[in-house]
Design a protein around this ligand. Structure first.
Ligand SMILES: [Zn+2]
Length: 71
């Protein structure tokens, strides 16, 4: 079943996941420089929260609407 809303939410989730992994990757390379690390860690936590929010929005929509897409 094609659902435009689910597609949008799904895209948003993938983007949020990519942003999160990018943040984690950068965080890993920053270990050692404390100020930059703190900033990057805060950013990474925000990206993780975005990722979870995007996923629950998608899951909630699918549960409420009963739609499933291939992605
Ligand atoms: Zn839907």
């Amino acid at each position: 079943m094609e659902c435009a809303t689910a597609n949008i939410l799904s895209d948003a989730y993938f983007i949020a996941t990519a942003d999160y992994f990018e943040a984690v990757d950068r965080l890993c390379r920053l270990v050692g420089s404390s100020e930059e690390f703190k900033t990057a860690r805060t950013y990474t936590n925000e990206m993780h929260a975005n990722c979870r929010t995007a996923r629950s929005a998608l899951e909630k929509h699918r549960a409420d609407h009963g739609c499933f897409t291939a992605s």
